[in-house]
Write a protein that binds this ligand. Structure first.
Ligand code: HEM
Length: 225
């Protein structure tokens, strides 16, 4: 029986991976503490509220630092982390967007061309997330400096609450999409966000080599049966 061969191909650099999980960690703290504020109304005692505000604000600055790092990395990082890989700038990326939409409309059936790094359809969603998250950090910082009376009626609070809903929707859709793509495509993408390398069949690797000219310059690390 012929055995299928797989290649491990470097997709994500260490800085991008570190920033991804850093942002997941601090965004989770933000969402959890933000949800407690929204659900409890004025029901929290003064002491507990002050402690939660401190945790929310401190974690918000850590998240802001990670986000700033990731945005900087869009401009100084390697090609797979670049803004050029996220925005649909080439005919290949537009073809991949059309292919991904058709794949979704078919109910996730049929073949999807492999993406070495960002899926072209997901790229603009990540770009929108970076912008919304930056506005969220800015509106949170403004709120922190406002006296209680002004804070409750401020535009920054409305912006911060809308941003919260959008970020929550993004996180849910992102994790769902990751799991669906992993179940169907099996490129080990969650593991790749940890160790950096996606898994591709020989045929998919050949397709990638054709599409990404520099892939053979050390990109393919290991082969396994
Ligand atoms: C909720 C907070 C999260 C945020 C803000 C977030 C953000 C992002 C961003 C921006 C990217 C693109 C990579 C980059 O350009 O940096 C990405 C990719 C990815 N994320 Fe997340 N993520 C989150 C949660 C998660 C979780 C919980 C998982 C795992 C279960 C996950 C798994 C992945 C994977 C596997 C990719 C790569 C997708 C691919 O190969 O095309 N993410 N994420």
């Amino acid at each position: 029986m012929e055995r299928q061969r797989y290649n491990l191909v470097t997709a994500w650099d260490p800085v991008l991976r570190f920033l991804h999980w850093w942002n997941v960690l601090f965004m989770s703290v933000q969402v959890a503490t933000g949800a407690i504020f929204m659900l409890s109304g004025d029901g929290l005692g003064k002491g507990l509220e002050a402690r939660l505000v401190f945790i929310h604000a401190a974690s918000g600055f850590f998240f802001g630092a990670g986000l700033f790092g990731r945005i900087l990395w869009l401009f100084v990082g390697p090609p797979s982390a670049s803004w050029r890989d996220i925005l649909p700038l080439t005919p290949v990326q537009w073809r991949s967007i059309g292919e991904t939409i058709r794949f979704y409309l078919r109910g996730f059936k049929g073949a999807l061309s492999p993406s070495l790094s960002h899926n072209a359809f997901a790229g603009p969603v990540y770009a929108a997330f970076f912008i919304i998250a930056a506005v969220q950090v800015a509106s949170g910082s403004v709120l922190l400096g406002l006296p209680d009376k002004l804070r409750a009626k401020s535009f920054s609070l409305e912006l911060h609450e809308t941003g919260f809903a959008l970020i929550l929707a993004y996180a849910g859709a992102h994790v769902l999409a990751v799991f669906i793509h992993e179940l169907i495509e099996r490129h080990a993408i969650v593991a790749a966000m940890i160790h950096g390398r996606k898994t591709f069949t020989e045929a998919q690797t050949d397709e990638l080599v054709e599409r990404y000219a520099n892939l053979n310059d050390g990109g393919i690390d290991e082969r396994k049966d």
